[in-house]
Design a protein around this ligand. Structure first.
Ligand code: COA
Length: 265
């Protein structure tokens, strides 16, 4: 009996999970099963305190060609509530990825289109190969970048979104960098080394502090300065008396490595 290829490959290296979208034949476009797998991974990883970072990439030529258009087309046969339910599941997957308590790094080795840009937008650090192409191509298909919009807007702002959502134009990695969708553009051969540099930085920092910093960014985003003040003072007051905060500050003053650094970095 032939065994089907998994649509998502997850490999653990120490405290880092490597997650590979594995539908290269359709350029890693996501269908219901890939959405379910990614969502399931995000839920599991979020509750695994042993995970300190994850790297998301695509198998083959593309990072992700967005939603599988055969899957999207087939929604015509679904009753409305099922169609909306599928879209909610997709939205909920993005939410789970966005709120992971550790850094999620995108290793972008090829095209990122439609919903694929949403995957990149929910990553904390995005490293792209020079030749990678991007696009919110939905309008070219008579669709709208909808469930990804909150995450993409938070990254690129309204001005770039108004141009790029409304034209569906494809753009290069340099432009993706300029609008804040990508943090670093490197030759393809340097992708892994660049990702490793970021992982070393992450493993040198307090894991709970990283989680708290990530939560804080999300919480402060919609708040006014005066509402933010309540939260920010609470957060630092808690962190500086926490076991991890105490350990980090003592380690610095005692000129030693903090306890959370395991082995060579
Ligand atoms: N959904 C379903 N199938 C897709 C797909 C998608 N989003 N994107 C690509 N594919 C399929 C193609 O139909 C093709 O299938 P085939 O081998 O049966 O002909 C296969 O993947 C390879 O695509 P191809 O265009 O030949 O590969 P490429 O490497 O030359 O180009 C892309 C890759 C991603 C640039 C190109 O496929 C593309 O532009 N895809 C559309 C992406 C898009 O607009 N997505 C938005 C979805 S909302």
């Amino acid at each position: 009996m032939s065994q089907e290829e998994p649509v998502l490959i997850v490999r653990r290296e120490g405290t880092v999970e490597h997650v590979v979208l594995n539908r290269p034949g359709v350029r890693n476009a996501f269908n219901r099963s890939l959405v379910a797998e990614l969502h399931g991974w995000a839920r599991r990883a979020a509750s695994d305190r042993g995970v300190r970072a994850a790297v998301l990439t695509g198998a083959g030529k593309a990072f992700c060609a967005g939603a599988d258009l055969a899957w999207m087309l087939a929604t015509i046969a679904q009753p409305r509530h099922e169609n909306v339910g599928d879209a909610r599941e997709l939205a909920s997957m993005f939410e789970s990825l966005d709120s992971l308590p550790f850094p999620l790094i995108a290793r972008v080795q090829g095209p990122v289109l439609g919903g694929g840009t949403g995957l990149v937008a929910v990553c904390d650090i995005v490293i792209a190969a020079e030749h990678a192409v991007f696009g919110f191509t939905e309008v070219k298909l008579g669709l709208v970048p909808s469930v990804i919009a909150p995450y993409v807007l938070a990254k690129i702002g309204r001005s770039a979104a108004r141009e790029l959502f409304l034209t569906g134009a494809r753009f290069d990695a340099a432009r993706a960098h300029a609008i804040g969708l990508v943090h670093q553009v490197v030759p393809e051969g340097d992708l892994d080394a660049t990702v490793s540099t970021h992982i070393r930085e992450i493993l040198g920092a307090g894991p709970e502090a990283i989680g708290a910093a990530k939560r804080l960014i999300g919480e402060l985003w919609p708040l006014s300065m005066s509402d933010a003040l309540e939260i920010t003072s609470e957060v630092i007051a808690s962190r500086r008396v926490s076991e991890e905060g105490q350990e980090g500050m003592k380690a610095f003053l005692e000129k030693r490595r903090p306890a959370w650094i395991v082995g060579e970095l």
